[in-house]
Structures are given as structure tokens and as C-alpha cells.
Design a protein around this ligand. Structure first.
Ligand code: HEM
Length: 558
């Protein structure tokens, strides 16, 4: 029963009881006046200070069972190594620690206020954390509470049995078969992307380099096309973002997540103080956010209703989008469907957009690979300028192209769009035989793991699509492989693994292949400024800090 009472309330009740006992037992001349309230305030302050000293200095340095694990020597007072999570590129220090600190799979460091943190470095322990003991760990509650505020109770937020139920019922929408059905959408939208960009090259408004070549900011286009794709594939709705359409769902959604300074502060306070507390601050943004959120829910509910109506009259199985597939399971209420749709929109838009942007960067800085890829694409795929020939199995052909797969896999290895993620143990548990107390935060770092030379060799930092290709020694036949030559699948963490892995992994990879194929086949690309230091930016998803400015030459169809 006591565990249901919020800790601050318990603290106040306890302090009130202690104050009452003190004022009853200690003679009045030793007490301040008025005795009860003054004793209460002083006792509360004293206990808070004592608790802070214990939590920040005594427990982490002298009592934590994790403190003797290997970890970085350098740390700042109070801040510990907490800033490591906010560096750019996110995960830089974690990679350095993995390379330089001898360890048995767990690195211990102290975060802000010296809180215990662990970084997992070993492939077996990653398997334990992500698969065998996956449900012993959750996303930290403040983060979930904040995301819930935007996404409702979609798959990303929920934990435990609710997650198991949702995952089981959503999984069929992401099978290989279901993704294959979405390939025509991915290809058509990729073709529209090449058309949009080629028009921009000739419309006279595009900035030009010193040698007169047009310069295009590719990340902007990547955002538009992936927004259109997720709209069509997840909800059966064309947002027309590529044509600068003003779909009300997207207008509201973009206003909600617009990265202004005020909104960044608002989001940070929501995570630190929790949404109900921030909602009480007299702040115009509170009102505006409420209106936008309500708009988003109302528009999405309307969309679900329209989809259900349309499905009544169409032949069985005509609609292949994720929403239709979820409606057919009969397992979700309209509100739950909305939560899942918003989750797909948030999880499946910027992530793939960043992946595509980094792929164009790597191809621009590796012209030989770019040319070889273009040849492979033009030899095997139809031009995006024309229709796909009837009976041409685009999914099977694309998935079998070795260099295309190598380039895409290598892009998401080197630039995992979620560079760091975190788990919180929801009970005392174990990892690699080490006792993990309840509420220990564990860092998973795709950026560092994917670049760890212990798994990827001395060229871990280099763009080597060939590592994803197996060549038959006798016939010379080249086929894509799934592990990039690493000793285990856990060496690549871009989508994580296990029950909480990215459910959209197959979707994202298929989408990325189509985008890279149509774009590389249609444009020759080089960096607008070959000396530019392109800095990966952002913590939740990584994208180039100042955009991706490329000089493009349209090659026409083939
Ligand atoms: C390159 C593109 C993508 C990357 C790198 C990516 C990465 C990830 C990662 C790392 C997670 C786990 C996050 C965590 O638990 O801390 C995740 C979860 C998730 N992703 Fe993706 N994602 C991508 C694209 C997509 C797409 C296209 C969709 C949907 C259409 C999607 C839907 C989801 C969902 C629903 C989850 C939550 C799964 C669960 O907890 O059961 N993602 N993604």
C-alpha cells in the first residue's frame, strides 16, 4: 500500500510525524517558535541534505556494488560523466572507452549527480540484455511519460504484458510478405523524389556552386519523401509533402515537434519535471500544445473512421497499408489505432530520412563506389522515369543486389540514426553474472558498438560495403550477407535485437534500398564543399548539423 503513495508525499508525512514527536518530547525552550512549523521546515531541509549527500557521495563512491567495475578515470564533480550522452557525435566517448578500457563486458561510470551508469560492451551480455532478460529492463519512466504525451500508448511506450500483446498483434503487419507488398509504394515515391529534385535543378531558384553547378540540400528532400512514404504505407494517406502539400495532420505534427529554443526547453522540462507538473506552469505553449495534440488526435481518429468505412466496400485484402492490417486484426480500439499510427509516424519518418541522407554523404565521398553502384542499379532495375514492367518482381530483384545492400547496410552501421538508447532495470537482476540493482541505468550505444574494431576490424571506421557481400570463390557469384563479417549479429545495434528491437527494421531497409537505388541511378553526386566537416548532430536521431549540401547532376532515365 505504501508503495502506491508518491515518495514526496511519504517524505512530507514522515517529516510531519517526526516533527510532531520532537515538539511533544523536547522542552519548549530548546525549540524555535512557532515550534511545529519551524521544526518541520528545518527537519525537512536537514533530511533532504542528508539524503542528497548519501545518494550523491556515499552510495556511489563507497556502497554501490557496481563501483569496482572498470570505468573511465576522468570525471567531473557532480556532473560525473553525464555529459557523455550529449556529445556530438553522440557516443564518441563510449567508443573511446570501449577501445581503451579493459573490461569484461560492462563499463561503469557515474552520470549526473554521480548516479550509477553501465555501458554494455560485450556481445553475449548484449544478447542477455536485449533478448533473454529483455523484460527486466524498461525505457526510463520520465522518458516514457514524456513520449506518451506525444504518442499515446503506442508500441514504443508500453512495457511488460501490454507490450507483449501489442507486439504480437502488430508483428504480422511487418512480415517479409507484408513489406514486399509495400515495395511499389517505396519505389513510386522514390521516383517522385528524383522527379522533384530534377525539377529543382532547373527551376532557377537553386543556389549554385562557384563552377555553376546547382547545390541541393538533400536532407530536406529526404524528410519530405519519407513523410510521404510513411503516410502511404502506414495509413494509406498521401501527404503530398514532396509537392509541398499542406496536409493538416502534418502541419499540426510539425508544429508540435518544431525544434525552436522555447520548445526544446519545454521538452526538456517535461522530461525532468514530468508533463503534469509542466502543464501547471502558466506558459502559452501549454495551451497551444494541448490544442495541437487534440487536433492531431481528432484528425487521426477521423482517418481511422474513414479507413474503416472504405474497407467495408472494398474486396478483401486490397488495402495493404499498416492501418488496414491492424484494423483487420480486430484487436485495437480506434484510439489505440491512432496511438500506433502516431508511433509509426514518429518512429518511421526521421529515422529513415537520416539514414538516406548519410547514404548520399558516403556515396558522395566515395565516387568509385557510387559509380559501381550506379552500374549495378542501371543494369538490373527499371528507370524510375517509367513504369515498372508488369511481372517485374522489384522486391526480389532489389533485395538481391549485393552492392546496393552493402551500401545501405554500411550506411546504417556507420550512422545508426538512434546513436544511443537507455534502459532502466525494473527489478534486481543480472548481466554477465554481475548483480544489477533495481533502477540501474544501462546505456546501449549503437554508434560505438557498430564502430568497435573488436568486432569490425581495423577498418571499423571506414565505409566498406564489400564486407556485406559474399563472393563464391569458384563461380565469382556475389550475394548479400547479413552480418557484415562481424562475429555476431549483436555487433550491429542499429535496430537493436529481441522483443524491443525496431519492428520497422524490414520496412526501413526496403525503403532505404528503393530511395538509394532511384537516387543514385538518376544523379551523380559530390559534396558541395569537399572540405566540409560534416558533423553528426542530435541525440535521439543523428543527422548532419548543417544539412547535406550536394552538387547534383541529373543523368535522366536509363
Ligand atoms: C533507419 C530507420 C530506423 C532506425 C535506425 C530505427 C531504429 C530503432 C531503434 C534503435 C529502436 C529501439 C529504440 C529503443 O527501444 O530504445 C526502434 C524501435 C521502434 N521502431 Fe524503428 N527505426 C527505424 C525505422 C522505423 C520504421 C520505418 C518504423 C515503422 C514503420 C519503425 C518503428 C519502430 C517501432 C514501432 C519501435 C518500437 C518497437 C518496440 O518497442 O517493440 N522504425 N527503432
Amino acid at each position: 500500500m505504501a508503495s502506491n503513495i508518491p515518495k514526496p508525499v511519504l517524505f512530507l508525512l514522515g517529516t510531519a510525524a517526526e516533527s510532531a514527536v520532537i515538539t511533544k518530547t523536547v522542552p519548549l525552550e530548546y525549540l524555535p517558535t512557532p515550534p511545529l512549523s519551524r521544526v518541520f521546515v528545518r527537519l525537512a531541509i536537514l533530511q533532504l541534505v542528508a539524503y542528497a549527500v548519501y545518494r550523491w557521495f556515499i552510495y556511489p563512491f563507497f556502497l554501490s556494488p557496481l563501483r569496482k567495475l572498470p570505468g573511465p578515470r576522468e570525471e567531473r564533480p557532480i556532473l560525473g560523466n553525464g555529459m557523455a550522452v550529449f556529445e556530438r557525435p553522440a557516443g564518441r566517448s563510449f567508443l573511446r572507452w570501449m577501445k581503451t578500457i579493459p573490461n569484461d563486458g560492462l563499463i561503469y561510470f557515474r552520470g549526473f549527480f554521480h548516479q550509477d551508469r553501465l555501458l554494455v560492451t560485450d556481445l553475449k551480455i548484449l544478447g542477455e540484455l536485449l533478448v533473454t532478460r529483455s523484460y527486466d529492463f524498461e525505457k526510463p519512466k520520465p522518458l516514457r511519460d514524456f513520449l506518451r504525451y506525444i504518442l499515446g500508448d503506442g508500441l514504443i511506450i508500453v512495457e511488460g504484458d501490454v507490450h507483449k500483446f501489442q507486439r504480437k498483434n502488430i508483428m504480422p503487419a511487418f512480415t517479409f510478405r507484408a513489406i514486399k507488398d509495400l515495395y511499389p509504394i517505396f519505389w513510386e515515391k522514390s521516383a517522385q523524389l528524383t522527379q522533384g529534385v530534377s525539377q529543382q535543378l532547373t527551376d532557377g531558384t537553386t543556389p549554385k556552386s562557384a563552377d555553376g553547378e546547382p547545390i541541393v540540400e538533400v536532407n530536406h528532400w529526404a524528410n519530405q519523401v519519407t513523410m510521404d512514404i510513411i503516410g502511404m504505407a502506414a495509413m494509406g494517406r498521401d501527404f503530398h509533402a514532396l509537392k509541398n502539400g499542406e496536409d493538416p495532420l502534418i502541419v499540426n505534427y510539425e508544429e508540435l515537434l518544431e525544434p525552436t529554443k522555447e520548445k526544446n526547453l519545454y521538452f526538456l522540462l517535461n522530461i525532468l519535471l514530468s508533463p503534469p507538473v509542466v502543464a501547471k506552469i502558466p506558459w502559452k505553449l501549454n495551451e497551444r500544445s494541448k490544442i495541437i495534440q487534440q487536433n492531431i488526435v481528432n484528425i487521426s481518429l477521423q482517418l481511422v473512421k474513414e479507413k474503416k468505412e472504405a474497407m467495408k466496400t472494398e474486396a478483401e485484402g486490397v488495402s495493404k497499408d499498416l492501418l488496414s492490417l491492424l484494423i483487420r486484426t480486430n484487436n485495437f480500439s480506434d484510439h489505440q489505432l491512432v496511438d500506433q499510427m502516431l508511433t509509426f509516424l514518429a518512429a518511421g519518418h526521421e529515422t529513415t530520412s537520416s539514414a538516406f541522407t548519410w547514404a548520399t554523404y558516403l556515396l558522395s565521398t566515395h565516387p568509385e563506389i557510387q559509380s559501381a553502384l550506379r552500374k549495378e542499379i542501371q543494369d538490373h532495375l527499371p528507370s524510375p522515369n517509367g513504369p515498372v514492367p508488369k511481372d517485374f518482381d522489384i522486391a526480389t530483384v532489389i533485395e538481391g543486389l549485393p552492392l546496393l545492400n552493402g551500401v545501405c547496410n554500411e550506411a546504417i552501421r556507420l550512422y545508426p540514426t538512434v546513436p544511443i538508447t537507455v534502459r532502466d532495470s525494473n527489478k534486481p537482476t543480472q548481466l554477465g553474472g554481475v548483480h544489477i540493482p533495481k533502477h540501474t541505468q544501462i546505456m546501449l550505444c549503437p554508434w560505438a558498438t557498430n564502430r568497435n574494431p573488436a568486432f569490425w576490424g581495423d577498418n571499423a571506421d571506414e565505409f566498406v560495403p564489400e564486407r556485406w557481400i559474399d563472393a563464391d570463390e569458384k563461380t565469382g557469384e556475389r550475394k548479400p550477407n547479413n552480418n557484415g563479417g562481424a562475429p555476431s549479429n549483436y555487433a550491429i545495434l542499429t535496430f537493436l535485437h529481441g522483443p524491443r528491437s525496431c519492428i520497422g527494421q524490414g520496412f526501413a531497409k526496403a525503403e532505404l534500398r528503393c530511395l538509394v537505388a532511384a537516387f543514385t541511378g538518376s544523379f551523380e553526386m559530390v559534396m558541395a564543399n569537399p572540405n566540409e566537416d560534416v558533423v553528426p548532430h542530435g541525440v535521439v536521431t543523428t543527422k548532419p548539423k548543417d544539412g547535406m549540401h550536394l552538387k547534383l547532376k541529373y543523368l535522366g532515365g536509363w
